[in-house]
Design a protein around this ligand. Structure first.
Ligand SMILES: O=C(O)C1=C[C@@H](OP(=O)(O)O)[C@@H](O)[C@H](O)C1
Ligand SMILES: C=C(OP(=O)(O)O)C(=O)O
Length: 457
């Protein structure tokens, strides 16, 4: 979604009603993992020679990353069979972009690319859509400024720590040892990426583990990176700068955050029995499936294997009677994007589900705690909002009433609210009207066609 596109205003959204469905049956394959796709393009763009990527997610967020890396000198093309070919510029070789980098709706693109630019002698302006322009960038501005980068708020910014922002990188940048004040893989990755072109050793101290795709992939490309785990679980990640990258052949596994919508739909819609193939199950990502199993969800892993250095399995999901639980806040980073759809599962469970420790959800594409409270209430669920989560009293398996005639849930340019409420619609009596489904294309462009295909069979 281009930030220059006037259609990004909520008033001109594309609405859709998601109607109750019959059993979901069959086999589907969800697109590639968004986090891994972003990183394949960024790291491929730093390797001299050809990196080939199969299974890349061709969602708008990843395409924003690709456009930005092209603007900074990489050659990135898609071949007819869907393989992506990347010829990079070498670590330290990024070129001055001639135009503002349009990050669309993507926080990952913005924060990770700021990391890359921070240790190059280039200046870049970052712009984004209305949702991204509200999101906090102070969390990367602080460490990257310590490394020597300089940030200037542009006219029109809401504050000094939101887009549009102009940044001037520093070469040489200064290596830092930085303790993450917030559990964020984006902040961790921004610092590690900045460290690649920084002399010496850059250290990130991570008290609460977050997704580790950057660490895995940086090692694969040849960076000298080590992770030390302290007795209390704190991870100390060190990367040596002035790295030389070897181009890679990357196979991107299916995105567990996209599979999540079909897993919950399969659990909630009576009679469903489906297999979702090739789902990435990296332990730093897969906590939703464990939580749903604790609630009584029948989710079996078939043919567990490795794809592109990540654990993968096919997930067999059957309709299940769910029971509410208190979700352990320790799992939050390993399912941070899956809470909106977990709330939908909770709305149909028997008894109460309590979630805590979700402050970070308030600074995603929307405030996902309050957006989901409002959306579920409109669909007839019983929900209480707290400072750091939702308390949901489920129906015990009965469908939700659905949205009243003439009313639609508001998605606030947030793909995960739109898809979660689509799932709620399948498990409702009257259907759920969603005000704007266009944001779904940021992470899951084939969501509707997969859903409609399953419901037809
Ligand atoms: O590093 C990544 O690829 C991501 C990290 C998470 O964000 P935070 O680091 O802000 O938690 C997640 O919400 C986002 O969808 C993707
Ligand atoms: C938070 C998300 O993405 P990003 O931060 O990249 O916009 C998401 O996909 O749910």
């Amino acid at each position: 979604m281009s930030s220059a596109d006037p259609a990004t205003t909520a008033s001109s959204g594309r609405p859709r009603r998601f109607a109750p469905a019959g059993p979901l049956k069959g086999r589907i394959r969800v697109p590639g993992d968004k986090s891994i796709s972003h990183r394949s393009i960024m790291l491929g763009a730093l390797a001299v020679g050809e990196t080939r990527v199969t299974g890349l997610l061709e969602g708008e967020d990843v395409l924003s990353t690709a456009a930005a890396m092209r603007a900074m000198g990489a050659s990135i093309t898609r071949e007819a069979d869907g393989t992506w070919s990347i010829h990079g510029v070498g670590v330290g070789g990024l070129l001055q972009p001639q135009q503002a980098l349009d990050m669309g709706n993507s926080g990952t693109s913005t924060r990770l690319l700021m990391g890359l630019v921070a240790s190059h002698a280039i200046t870049a302006s970052f712009i984004g859509d209305a949702s991204l322009s509200k999101r906090p960038m102070g969390r990367v501005i602080e460490p990257l400024s310590l490394m020597g980068a300089d940030f200037t708020a542009s006219p029109g910014a809401r504050g000094s720590q939101t887009l549009p922002l102009m940044m001037r990188g520093a070469a040489p940048a200064v290596p830092i040892a930085y303790r993450l004040p917030v559990a964020s893989a984006q902040v961790k990755s921004a610092i590690l990426l900045a460290g690649l072109n920084t002399p010496g050793i850059t250290t990130v101290i991570e008290p609460v583990p977050t997704r580790d795709h950057s660490e895995r992939m940086l090692k694969g490309f040849g960076a000298e990176l080590e992770v030390e785990v302290e007795p209390d679980g704190t991870r100390v990640i060190r990367v040596r700068g002035e790295a030389e990258f070897r181009p890679q052949q990357i196979v991107v596994p299916g995105d567990p955050s996209s599979a999540a919508f079909f897993v919950v739909a399969g659990l909630l819609v009576p009679g469903s029995d489906l297999v979702i193939e090739n789902v990435g199950l990296n332990p730093t990502r897969a906590a939703l499936f464990d939580v749903l199993r604790q609630m009584g969800g029948q989710i079996d892993e078939l043919d567990r294997r490795e794809v592109g250095g990540e654990p993968v399995a096919d997930l067999h999901v059957r309709h299940s009677a769910l029971t509410g639980i208190a979700v352990d806040p320790a799992v939050v980073p390993s399912m941070v994007d899956e809470f909106p759809v977990l709330f939908v599962a909770a709305a149909l469970a028997r008894g109460r589900t309590v979630t805590t420790g979700l402050e970070e959800l308030r600074v995603k594409e929307s405030d996902r705690i309050s957006a989901m409270r409002a959306a579920l209430e409109l669909a007839g669920a019983t929900v209480t909002e707290t400072a750091d989560g939702l308390i949901i009293d489920g129906t015990g398996g009965d469908p939700l009433p659905g949205t009243p005639e003439g009313a639609a849930v508001t998605t606030h340019l947030d793909h995960r609210i739109a898809m979660s409420m689509a799932v709620a619609g399948l498990a409702s009596r009257a259907g759920v009207e969603v005000d704007d489904i266009r944001p779904i294309a940021t992470s899951f462009p084939v969501f509707e066609s997969l859903l409609d295909g399953l419901a037809d069979t």
